[in-house]
Design a protein around this ligand. Structure first.
Ligand SMILES: [Zn+2]
Length: 459
């Protein structure tokens, strides 16, 4: 089993002639779309819609190959200058069609007998949902020129503020015990078995934030300002209204979830108070002990053991999932281990047009790392289920995105708890409670922050 993923399915390197060829094809596809859109008014509507969909399908597949290859390389080597420069070229090119994309959306919305055309044309039928939702959203479109300016300006506005926040937090040097560490390094110490380490690391983390807090607050404020401005310009009732439409979720569904969360807050408070008592605290749980483990779980997995563990637990429940997990481990879909220059955390990139996915993890062998792999492979399973969809239907909304992954995680965690005995069982249940607390309480606080449309003043 390889410990690093293979990206050869795209290109063998930036020098691969196929890479240069695809960049050329990408430029040609931009020109083709521009030309076609410029003469739309003279073409029969059914024919125009079919041709546009065909051109866009071709375009997003080339873009996905180039974009995925560069972005995946960047995630395992963030400081590679060739990657950074290729990414900036692609980003710039990808905004070149923003005006035409806006024109296409408006064109679709202007087709009066859209339902009728969809009914009689197979190609259009396949994109019925896309075409109908585009028409429904037409009232939120701005003029083509404004759409173009927003997309192009975003590179030096919201997106640039986001890059600044990422840069500052990923390069921050935190002073700890006379040495320098990273933000993710110090955050990991929140899980340390030694109470003093957790406490000191927490104060070191806060002191670290002091160095960047004004700049990060500036970045976040301006991202938020941009969201407020755009939602206002487009005529949404609020940024939340805009987000809900993008997530294809009704306000009633969101409210029901928030009410359920609030109803259960007392249970979480009880749990946190009990945790405080078990850790010997008198007046509730201090922040620095939020992630303390109530015992040690020393079970270690090799990648081979992680593979067997996942396959055994998924087999019987969903054989196609177990088979896909085996393929992911055997065919270099996964980049396992942390190293300098590799991004933290974990993610999965679906490549449905290639009938594969790629998973990045920072595997160190703990059960929680195995659970993370289960989560990411849940996203890959989602990819498996959309791979036969039409290319312009590959996209899915955030609430849908986290379904298979959270489900997988629960399957593995439940199995681990069932197998454990005595104190080990309690440690695992507590660690699951910790995760759920973070989802419910932490996400609720972010929701409050996001719902507040005022701007926070710093300094
Ligand atoms: Zn996820």
């Amino acid at each position: 089993m390889n410990s690093e993923w293979s990206l050869d399915i795209f290109y063998t390197s930036y020098q691969d002639p196929k890479f240069t060829e695809d960049f050329k094809r990408y430029d040609e596809s931009i020109v083709k779309i521009k030309e076609y859109v410029s003469k739309l008014s003279n073409i029969d509507k059914e024919e125009a819609l079919v041709t546009i969909l065909g051109l866009l399908e071709e375009h997003i597949i080339i873009e996905s190959n180039l974009g995925s290859y560069i972005a995946l390389r960047q995630s395992t080597n963030t400081s590679d200058t060739e990657t950074v420069s290729n990414m900036s070229v692609l980003e710039k090119k990808s905004t070149e069609l923003s005006k035409e994309m806006a024109m296409i959306d408006k064109y679709i919305a202007s087709v009066e007998n859209l339902d009728e055309l969809i009914e009689k044309n197979e190609k259009l039928k396949g994109y019925s949902f896309l075409l109908k939702t585009t028409k429904e959203n037409a009232k939120y479109f701005l003029s083509d020129d404004v759409e173009e300016v927003i997309a192009k300006m975003n590179l030096s506005a919201g997106s640039a503020w986001g890059n600044l926040q990422e840069y500052l937090t990923s390069t921050l040097e935190v002073d700890y015990n006379g040495e320098k560490t990273t933000l993710s390094g110090i955050r990991n110490l929140a899980y340390d078995n030694d109470a003093n380490v957790r406490k000191e690391a927490y104060y070191a983390e806060l002191a670290g934030y002091d160095k960047i807090k004004d700049s990060v607050a500036f970045a976040i404020n301006n991202i938020k300002k941009q969201v407020n401005t755009i939602s206002d310009l487009r005529g949404y009732e609020s940024p939340l209204h805009m987000t809900l439409r993008q997530a294809r979720m009704s306000k009633e569904t969101l409210d029901a979830m928030i009410i359920a969360m609030k109803e259960y807050f007392p249970k979480f408070q009880e749990y946190l108070k009990r945790k405080a008592e078990l850790l010997g605290h008198k007046n509730g749980l201090p922040w620095y002990d939020l992630f303390a483990l109530l015992g040690e779980n020393n079970r270690k997995f090799t990648t081979e053991e992680a593979k067997d563990y996942l396959i055994n637990h998924f087999k019987g429940f969903a054989d196609d999932l177990a088979e896909m997990v085996e393929e992911a481990f055997d065919n270099s879909w996964i980049d396992f281990f942390p190293h300098k220059g590799k991004v933290g955390g974990a993610f999965c990139a679906n490549l449905p047009h290639l009938k594969q996915s790629r998973v990045l993890s920072n595997f160190e062998g703990s059960l929680s790392d195995v659970v993370t792999l289960a989560h990411e492979l849940g996203h890959a399973y989602h990819g498996l289920n959309i791979q036969d969809h039409l290319p312009l239907n590959y996209e899915y909304s955030m609430p849908v995105a986290e379904t298979a992954s959270t489900f997988n995680e629960t399957v593995i965690m439940t199995a681990a708890i069932e197998e454990a005995k005595g104190k080990d069982k309690m440690v695992l249940i507590e660690s699951q409670l910790q995760d759920v607390t973070q989802i419910i309480c932490d996400i609720y606080s972010r929701y409050l922050f996001e719902s507040d449309t005022s701007i926070y003043v710093v300094m």
